[in-house]
Write a protein that binds this ligand. Structure first.
Ligand SMILES: Nc1ncnc2c1ncn2[C@@H]1O[C@H](COP(=O)(O)OP(=O)(O)O)[C@@H](O)[C@H]1O
Ligand SMILES: [Mg+2]
Length: 357
């Protein structure tokens, strides 16, 4: 697809259907909110696949369609080889789904939550009890199994949410933002479990995230989704290796003339690639970053542009996002958040102090 020969991290037999196939999914809410504009991707079986995108990109809408909670206006999809539009109840039997706001009953205990889920899936007596005990042990919730879930920490609640999605032993697990809002320790606990599910139990996992570092380090493959479209797809390493050379980011003093700076740098045409401006920062890529820095600084100085910081690094997923969408992930997150009314916290997405997201 990307013009490169690429090997899946986990090969699946040719005849086995992919865990998930999405083809040209489109969805418009109301008259004009184009949530999905032709989303296509394939999730190989047994892999952890990430949908990475800022708030509003269309991740939850994609998950809702694949888990039969919503219908697309156009396109098709299958999960474990079963057509999502034609056989939704069959799809529901083979999937587990953990929504962004998971469905834990806070007044019930962890054990009661899990047992109820088992009953909803038609499981009976001993089988349910055994499965509930197994999941409580696996998610290290056995000691706390009988107290109300409202007394749980955020991390424990999230683990219980994931356990709920697994009661009926699904082949494909959907997790919508499984780690959002968790502290670093709880995040890494949840990740350890997700990896174990894929590696040891062969569960195929599709998860959404807006954390670049998670997409970079924990998923086998990812699709970057922006404004309802998959802009690129592959393993994190492959996506980064498509960007040759180093990434160079130059933050200019606010009063500096960006246009003069850009014009000056255009004299390095051919050496600097994909030059773009965001706020007061210039982004570009260059074959050999460290040796280009003196030239870049001299040209900017000559143009009267004052430099605050220069960063040279190997291309990151943020650079991949920038290349495909023309803006950095941070800028996309800020523009999609809503810094208006909540006086409480620093928004974990955009960093603003009063964001209503
Ligand atoms: N039920 C809905 N009604 C109207 N607009 C919606 C609805 N759900 C999502 N949207 C809009 O569709 C777009 C994609 O949303 P969503 O799939 O939730 O994105 P993400 O999960 O990536 O944040 C956004 O513009 C969002 O506001
Ligand atoms: Mg969402």
């Amino acid at each position: 697809m990307l013009g490169h020969l690429e090997v899946n991290p986990i090969m699946t037999p040719r005849s086995a259907p992919a865990a998930i196939e999405a083809q040209g999914l489109e969805k418009t809410y109301g008259a004009s909110v184009r949530a999905l504009d032709g989303v296509s991707f394939t999730v190989p079986r047994g892999t952890i696949f990430g949908l990475l995108g800022p708030n509003g990109a269309g991740k939850s809408t994609t998950v809702k369609i694949l888990t039969t909670l919503s219908r697309p206006d156009a396109g098709s999809a299958s999960v474990a080889g079963v057509n999502v539009l034609k056989h939704p109840s069959e799809v529901r039997r083979v999937i587990g789904c953990v929504a962004q706001k998971n469905g834990v009953d806070l007044e019930a205990s962890a054990r009661e939550n899990l047992a109820l889920q088992g009953r909803l899936y038609g499981m009976h007596g001993t089988d349910t009890r055994r499965r509930v005990d197994e999941l409580l042990a696996r998610f290290e919730l056995s000691r706390d199994a009988d107290r109300p879930a409202r007394t749980f920490s955020g991390g424990m609640l999230r683990k219980l949410g994931v356990a709920l999605g697994l009661v009926h032993r699904p082949a494909v697990l959907f997790l919508d933002e499984p780690t959002t809002g968790l502290d670093p320790v709880a995040r890494s606990d949840v990740w350890a479990e997700i990896r174990r599910l894929a590696r040891e139990d062969g569960v195929s996992v599709l998860l959404t995230t807006h954390y670049l570092d998670e997409a970079d380090h924990f998923v086998d493959r990812l699709a970057i989704i922006d404004a309802g479209r998959v802009v690129t797809e592959g393993t994190p390493d492959h996506l980064k290796s498509e960007l040759r050379g180093d990434a160079i980011h130059v933050a200019l003093d606010a009063e500096s003339s960006l246009d003069a700076g850009r014009q000056a740098l255009s004299r390095l045409n051919g050496r600097l690639r994909d030059l773009s401006i965001e706020g007061t920062t210039l982004h570009a890529r260059v074959d050999d970053g460290p040796s280009a820095v003196p030239n870049v600084l001299a040209l900017l100085d000559g143009a009267g542009a004052r430099v605050r910081t220069v960063t040279v690094s190997r291309p990151s997923l943020d650079d991949v996002y920038l290349k495909h969408t023309g803006r950095t992930f941070g800028a996309a997150a800020r523009s999609s958040c809503n810094p208006r009314t909540s006086p409480r916290a620093i928004c974990e997405r955009c960093g603003a102090s009063r964001c209503t997201w």
